[in-house]
Every structure is written in C-alpha cells, then in structure tokens.
Design a protein around this ligand. Structure first.
Ligand SMILES: Nc1ncnc2c1ncn2[C@@H]1O[C@H](COP(=O)(O)OP(=O)(O)OP(=O)(O)O)[C@@H](O)[C@H]1O
Length: 253
C-alpha cells in the first residue's frame, strides 16, 4: 500500500518552476531521502507536503486524504510533523518549555473545556508531559532539559528541533537537513536516532540531506532532484550508478 503519493507536482514562483511534474511514492515504515544540488527544489517539496506551499499543479495524497490544499495545521493533525532547516524554536525558553509548547498544538480541548472539565484537562496535561518526557529520553536531551535553547550548541539545538517535531507523535516525519552544521559525532547521533525512529517507533521518515555518505548509508530509497525535476530514484546503489545523478553532482560534492 502506498502511503504518501506525490503526483505530477509543479510549483511555480513568478516565472520560475521550483518543481516540475515531480512524482514520488513513499511506503510506510521506510527512510526516503531527497537529494540534489542547491536550489534543486528539495525544501520546496517538503513545503508542499507539509502545507506551507500549495502546488500550482498536481496532487499530494496521504493515505485516503488529499494534502494538495491542506494547511500546515491540518497536515500536522493528520500525523505528519516536520523539523525545519532553520530552527523553529523559542531561544529564550528552556528545552522542556519548547517541547511542551509544541505538544500543546496537539491538545484536543478548548479553553472552555479546560475551565468546565478540569479533570479531563489535567489528565491530558499529564499525558502530554509523559509524552514529552519520552521524547526527551529518546533524544538524550535529559542534561539540557532546563537550559535555555539559545544557550545550547547548534548541534544540540538541531536535536531539540527534531524532538520538537516528535512531540506531535507523528506517523510521518519530514526532516530538512537535520545534520547541517554538525560535527561527525553529532551526525552519528542523529543517524542513530533516525534509524531507531524507523525500527522502534515505526515512523516513516523523509529526509532532505546534503551529506551523501549518510544518505547512502541509511536510506531505503532516494529521490534525486535537479532544477526542480526528478532525475533519478531507487535504492542507494541504483542512484549511485545513475549517470544523470553522477552528472548533476560533478563539481558539487
Ligand atoms: N518562496 C519562494 N519564492 C520564490 N522562489 C522560491 C521560493 N522558495 C523557493 N524558491 C526557489 O525555488 C527553487 C528551489 O528552492 P528550494 O529551497 O526548494 O531548493 P533546495 O533544493 O531546498 O536548496 P538548498 O539545498 O539550497 O536548501 C530555488 O530556485 C529557489 O530560489
């Protein structure tokens, strides 16, 4: 069964096609990477899937649901979360407060409910806290929980950004360059987290990443974009031996 389907998606800005007739099929429970040179359209496709941009043409489906015109809020309610290339964190708040705040987007009661049904609100709040603690534990953020995000190293902030997305308990996680600016050890940690998310949390991962070594190591399938067009797809071995892909990367990596 196909899980996420991108069909003939074109995205236009003024006269420029950021994406042209892009097709992708993503099955549940796998790691899919999207690679390509700078400006190839990788972030644009994540923006289309997560509802920040709407395709000028084509369709995006997630199971039985259409994401083509969905808002970011609807997309996250459908169980799709995103970690951003540029961190979406409140630098003046602690790690714990950032994660609780993100988790609150998931609350399914209104302020009125909170007033009239205090018991239910309190129970939900306890559940939220427990879920956030599980994420902190998984992402090994325990030593930083009370620290202000702005005071943490960039590598740890990137980890908090992934944790922020995880607090929404997604079935599908979109990661936009989660390893950018990290040293080798920090990258190894993120790789381990991504593999565990797949194996232990059964989360489907879509990854945009420039580090081809990492991409080749952890991906089940890879899509390659160049100038907004899909120029290759397949397993890491298939993609690595695709002449179009090799051409696109000459002088790049
Ligand atoms: N909001 C926007 N308005 C105008 N042009 C845009 C917008 N967003 C993206 N583009 C253009 O669309 C093209 C694809 O950009 P995109 O950010 O998706 O590429 P990318 O592959 O993610 O690049 P990078 O690896 O540098 O992050 C680029 O030419 C970019 O300038």
């Amino acid at each position: 069964m196909t899980y996420l389907t991108v069909s003939d998606v074109t995205l236009t800005f003024g006269g420029l096609n950021a994406l042209t007739d892009v097709n992708m099929d993503i099955e549940p429970g796998i790691i899919t990477s999207i690679i390509g040179p700078n400006g190839a359209g990788k972030t644009s496709i994540l923006n289309c899937i997560s509802g920040f941009y709407h395709p000028s043409k084509g369709e995006i489906r997630y199971g039985r649901r259409s994401l083509t015109k969905a808002s970011p809020h609807q997309v996250s309610n459908y169980g799709i979360a995103r970690a951003f290339q540029n961190l979406e964190l409140f630098s003046g708040l602690s790690v714990l407060d950032n994660l609780m705040l993100a988790r609150h987007q998931n609350l399914n009661y209104s302020i009125l409910h909170a007033v009239f049904y205090f018991g239910k609100a309190a129970r939900l709040e306890a559940e939220n806290r427990a879920y956030v603690e599980k994420v902190i534990d998984f992402m090994e953020l325990e030593p930083y929980r009370k620290m202000m995000v702005g005071n943490l190293s960039y590598g740890v902030q990137k980890r908090v950004e992934v944790a922020r997305a995880l607090t929404l308990a997604p079935r599908l996680l979109l990661l936009d360059e989660p390893m950018a600016g990290m040293n080798i050890e920090e990258k190894e940690d993120i790789v381990r987290f991504i593999l565990d998310l797949k194996k232990e949390w059964n989360i489907t991962v879509v990854l945009v990443e420039h580090d081809l070594g990492v991409v080749m190591d952890i991906s089940d399938q890879i899509y390659v974009l160049d100038f907004g067009m899909l120029i290759g797809k397949g397993t890491p071995d298939e993609v690595a031996s695709n002449p179009k892909v090799i051409d696109a990367y000459i002088g790049e990596e």
